[in-house]
Design a protein around this ligand. Structure first.
Ligand SMILES: Cc1ncc(COP(=O)(O)O)c(C=O)c1O
Length: 429
């Protein structure tokens, strides 16, 4: 049985490199200045903004609203900013997290980052020493694989069903570690809403079970939730962060799927101890996310009422649900009998197993790509990308029905040609 109490000592989770990081004094003093602009500032190397070649920036939002950035507003969009993030955006996003997750403890904090991927990769490098165990939902988003594997962890892929990672698998892995007198895994990576590439949305019950196991076996949950608002359920899913009363969930949000991907903004939310370490890491790498991007996002959020924001999320959900349904219709037409797939409950992808082919890599790369149809071979989602794989990932976010019809019929024809060749060989043998 788990004994529930707040984690008091986060030191045991950090890597030696994370512990060695020192504050960047220039950043520290610059931030004091930014929070108190009336102070006399000789400490940091802020370029003089009057020399920047911009007079004003006018933005027209899709609802027709216009905003012109001049003077102080323009300067704050073009100048260095605080490591943690643009102060008004931090305030907005703190309220946003309270609204959507109602955190259960007080000393949580947020950081604005250059996309949730920056947050994820920095969390992994903060937590994983070579050889330490990391449990990961499998198949796994390629960006995460590529950022975690170079750290040479004891990489533990965990199988999923339609409700999320199998909780029994977590228990089995942890009990085996205990039996073999090995250290327990330090973290679990999950992508709970519209899991990339499989499209699963974790059920609340499964999340509760997984969270209980995190408390029992003392691991940190990295909740990468880039598709949190891009689901096809009646109700907004409940996050791991909202269940966390011990301070063991670090949540990654992304603006990419509901605001803009090119602005490169995301939010990391979690125990202050983690956020302080993240601050040190950012202060010696990216310094801070782009000021202009942060100002643009802050302006949109400031000018939308709660109802308008909710309407925006509903609109996104409707749009992608229609795209998904359209692609499923075309898939059914061309792939019945030659492939297996399930209905994505969120995200932008259909994960499809091609029957009768052990490995689809050559077909996808040599044939489909040469015929101008680009799909992703499933290899991209496994730690051993060279092992045979019969899955492909199809993205439905952009293509028109006409293009889906054109592209998918070509792929299906190539699969039929390929599998019939194999069948001929078997018959001849
Ligand atoms: C699961 C997952 N996490 C993170 C990201 C990256 O998001 P961001 O653009 O915020 O870095 C993606 C992008 O596709 C994703 O699918």
């Amino acid at each position: 049985m788990s004994v529930k109490k707040r984690i008091m000592d986060y030191g045991k989770y950090f890597t030696e490199a994370a512990k060695r990081r020192q504050p960047n004094l220039i950043r520290t003093l610059t931030e004091i200045y930014m929070r108190n602009p009336e102070s006399l500032f000789f400490a940091g190397g802020l370029p003089n903004a009057s020399l920047f070649p911009f007079k004003e920036i006018t933005i027209t939002y899709s609802n027709g609203m216009k905003k012109t950035l001049v003077d102080k507003d323009l300067t704050s969009a073009l100048q260095y900013g605080p490591t943690q993030g643009h102060i008004p955006l931090l305030k907005t996003m703190t309220e946003f997290q309270k609204k959507y997750h109602s955190p259960k403890y007080n000393d949580w904090d947020i950081h604005i980052v250059a996309g949730s991927m920056e947050g994820c990769s920095k969390m992994f490098s903060m937590l994983i020493e070579p050889g330490e165990s990391a449990m990961v939902q499998s198949p796994t988003y390629t960006g995460v694989l590529n950022s975690i594997l170079p750290m040479q962890p004891d990489f533990i892929p965990l199988e999923m069903d339609e409700e999320g990672i199998l909780a029994d698998e977590i228990e089995r892995v942890c009990e085996e570690k205990i039996k073999n007198k090995k250290p327990l895994p330090k973290l679990l990576y999950v992508n709970p809403t519209g899991a990339n590439p499989v499209g699963t949305v974790y059920s609340t019950e499964r999340k509760r079970k997984i969270y209980e196991l995190a408390c029992r076996y003392d691991f940190i949950i990295i909740e990468d939730d880039a598709y949190f608002f891009l689901h096809f359920l009646e109700e907004q899913p409940k996050s791991f962060f909202s269940m966390d009363d011990q301070g063991r969930v670090v949540r990654l949000d992304s603006f990419s799927k509901f605001m803009s991907a090119g602005l490169r903004l995301g939010v990391v939310t979690g125990p202050k101890a983690f956020m302080d370490k993240l601050n040190l890491h950012k202060a010696s790498t990216t310094l801070h996310p782009a000021s202009l991007s942060q100002v643009l996002v802050c302006e949109v959020l400031a000018n939308w009422s709660e109802d308008e924001l909710d309407a925006h999320f509903k609109n996104i959900q409707k749009f992608y649900r229609e795209k998904r349904d359209c692609m499923l219709k075309v898939i059914k037409k061309h792939f019945t009998g030659i492939a297996e797939w399930s209905e994505p409950k969120g995200g932008m992808f259909v994960w499809m197993k091609i029957k009768g082919m052990d490995d689809i890599y050559d077909l996808v790369i040599e044939k489909c790509a040469k015929q101008g149809v680009l799909v992703l071979p499933g290899h991209a989602f496994y730690a051993d990308g060279t092992a045979p794989c019969s899955y492909i990932r199809l993205c439905y976010s952009q293509a028109s029905e006409e293009d889906m019809e054109k592209g998918l019929s070509k792929i299906a024809a190539m699969i039929i040609e390929e599998t019939s060749k194999t069948q001929c060989k078997i018959n001849a043998a």
